[in-house]
Structure formats: structure tokens, C-alpha cells
Design a protein around this ligand. Sequence first.
Ligand SMILES: Nc1ncnc2c1ncn2[C@@H]1O[C@H](COP(=O)(O)OP(=O)(O)OP(=O)(O)O)[C@@H](O)[C@H]1O
Ligand SMILES: [Mg+2]
Length: 434
Amino acid sequence: MAEEITAKREPRDSHTSTRFNATSVPRPIQEIQSDTGNRIQLKHQEFSRVLGGGLVPGSINLIGGDPGIGKSTLLLQIALELAEDHPVLYVSGEESERQIKMRADRLHRDTDRQTLPLPENLLLVTETNLEAILDHTDSTRPALLIVDSIQTSYLPEFESSAGSVSQVRESASRLREYAKRTGISVFLIGHVTKEGTIAGPRVLEHIVDTVLYLEGDRYQAYRLLRSVKNRFGATSEVGVFEMGERGMVEITNPSEAFLAERMVNAPGSAIAVTMEGTRPILVEIQGLTNPTTFGNPRRTPNGIEFNRLLLISAVLTRRAGIKLTDQDVFVNVVGGLKISEPAADLAVAAAIASSVKDRPVKADTILIGEIGLSGELRMASRMSDRLEEAAKLGFQSAIIPKKLRSGGSPWPTGINIIEARSLNQALKEALLHK
Ligand SMILES: Nc1ncnc2c1ncn2[C@@H]1O[C@H](COP(=O)(O)OP(=O)(O)OP(=O)(O)O)[C@@H](O)[C@H]1O
Ligand SMILES: [Mg+2]
């Protein structure tokens, strides 16, 4: 239960005869100027891409993520870059100005690790009162206002404490209204609850134009910036970064990074091609099986869903003759990536089967396909894009589901396509003979 206290509004007196005078005027659509053309270009290409090609003036954007994942770091980097040519106001309710300065000193270095002079266009202030924040924004007129975080800012006219449902909602609405009126772009940082959604009401996501999530494994350097809502561009765009001392460095070829530490010809490893937004990424999937010592056999997935692993294990046991009922099964997606699409099923199954049989999966082969309950393979979306990416990285063959529907474009050349109808058939093709 959360107490919600709202400010009292003067009730409209229905008895007074004076009519309400609207200040807004309806206008024909042709007369209204669209302003998608003048996006502010950012040097950070990956960030720009996730936003749909730059920052839209007057837009309000929300970025959420687990504690310590790098939200403040990423936005400070954007602020430092943008402040080269535009004024930027960075408001923090969580860290002191000195702390932010220290971080800026660490981030703002050239490739030889020499500190660069910090831009004078970047203004910092520690403030949580939203009235004061808007006041500062009025006097400094920045192109971008960053509020770190929306949960620490509050409106004094509401009695509830900062971070409560009504405060978060009202603060965000006030900022939106301000952004639309002045054309200043606003970036809000939002905390994430234990369940993984942005803390505060769901309406927060309706108030803003763009919702971005920064995710990644706490113990891994890779970070994914995912757009889940975008009023100015495609959603499900993903930017891939590596977190380091100089902050978030964009990775232009994620597949290469994810495959860098792979051990070729080791049993229990298979390569899947997963779509992250519109971009195919090759990842290594590892499987390990070990006889259960006591009790029920365990299923331990890391990077894929638990239920998916249960299903794949059951199909392997029943339809492919690979007995897993007395085996613990571990599956790991290398690099901390989380795969939710079923197109990676076949690679997961191959990694497990390879571990059980102690026979490596062919090193130059990738596997794509969803596994059905009868052990059949099903087609995945955007196969051509996936195959092209695999070919580009030098993979020789791809084991994919048999195309049953006619039509569609032919598979890309440059990679040998092996079509399989069933899981059994696919595993025969994938595993090396001893
Ligand atoms: N010198 C450093 N070298 C590499 N990484 C660092 C360094 N200093 C800090 N980090 C990384 O930066 C992370 C903190 O980043 P940041 O403060 O931007 O996160 P945040 O998402 O804003 O967290 P919060 O929710 O607490 O505000 C740390 O978890 C750490 O991984
Ligand atoms: Mg922070």
C-alpha cells in the first residue's frame, strides 16, 4: 500500500456564469511546422542510433537501469560531448558537484589518456527541488537538461516524500510540459525496482517520449542500451557498450567482441545468431552436463530463460535420445547477454548435446532455429540478416530449419546452408565425429 497525497485544486464553480476561455487554438495540420529535421547530432554514434538518429529538441527521455550499471556515467559522457557546442545543465540529487567533477575528469580524456579541458558550457548543480531546477533552467537556457534522478526530485506543493508515486508522476509531467513549451530536451534518470521496471508508476513511461533501459551483467563489462519506447524512431534498437575507466565505449562490432574468448573445438560450445533490435549478434552458448549426485537433477541457465531450458532438455531427452534425466545441466550465454528469443534454441540444444557426447560442435558452423515439442525445427525471423552477419564473420556453414513455405528471398551466398527438418538431423550435422 502506498499513501498518495495530492495537492488540493480549486474546484471550478459551476454556478458562475463566466465561461472558460481556452488559450490553445486548433490549427490546420498543413500550417504546423514539423521539427524532426533539426535533431541535435551526438558524437556518440551508438547512443544516437538508439534514440533514432539524434536528440529531438523538446523531447523528454527516460533512462532506467540497475544501481551502478552506469546511467550517470553515460549521461555525463553525453553531456560532456554535447557541451562542446551547446550549453548543458546537469542536475544531480544523488551526488555532490565534486563527485561529478571527479568522474568528468576521469571520463574526459583523449586516446593517450591525457586529460582534456572540460567544456565551460557544462553547468553542474546539486538540487532536488523541481521548482528550483526549472528556475535554473530558465536562467541558463541549456539545449539539454539532465535530471539525475527523477526519484530524488520533488515538488514542494505536494506533501508526499520524494520518490513516492505522486511526486514522481507530477515531477515528470511538469518537466514534460516545460520541455514542450521551451524546446529544451530533457533526460531523466530513473531507478529500477527489484522486479526490473522503472520505479514509480507505469504512467511515467506514458509521460515521456522515449524510454531507454541500460542493462548488463554486473560482473561483465558489456552494457546494452535498449529502447523500449520511442516516439521519434524505431524501438528495439540496441546499442552495445563496454564499461571501462574512460566510461562507456561503444562497440561497433559486438559479435567479434562476444566471440573473442571462444575456445575452438571444445565440447559444449555452440554459436547462435540472435537479433538485438534490427541487428544480428553472434554469441557463444556453452552447455555443461554432469551426473546428478543427489536429489533432483538441476537446470541452471544463465542468459536464457529457465523454462526454455526445461523445454529444450525435455525435447533432447524424448526426441533426440539424449538422456538428461540423471544429469545436471548448466547453460551459459557468454558475455552477459540475455537472450529471450527462441531462435537460439538449436544452439542451446547443440551445446548440451555436445557436452553429453563429449564431441565438439563444428567450429565454423552456426545454428539458428526454434525447437518445437515434437523435436521439429521452426524458422526464425530475419534469417537473411542473421546469415549475412555470420558469413561476414567468416563462418562457413549454417544449420537452419528447412524452409517449408515457398517464396521469400533466396539465402545469401557466401555461407553454406544446411537445412534440417528435425533436431535429430540438425545435431547429426552439427557434431564432429570422434
Ligand atoms: N575507475 C573506474 N574504472 C572503471 N569503471 C568504473 C570506474 N569507476 C566507476 N566505474 C564503474 O561505474 C559504475 C558506476 O556508474 P554510475 O555511477 O554511472 O552508475 P549509475 O547507474 O548512475 O548508479 P546509481 O544508480 O547508483 O546512480 C560502477 O559500478 C563501476 O562499474
Ligand atoms: Mg547515478
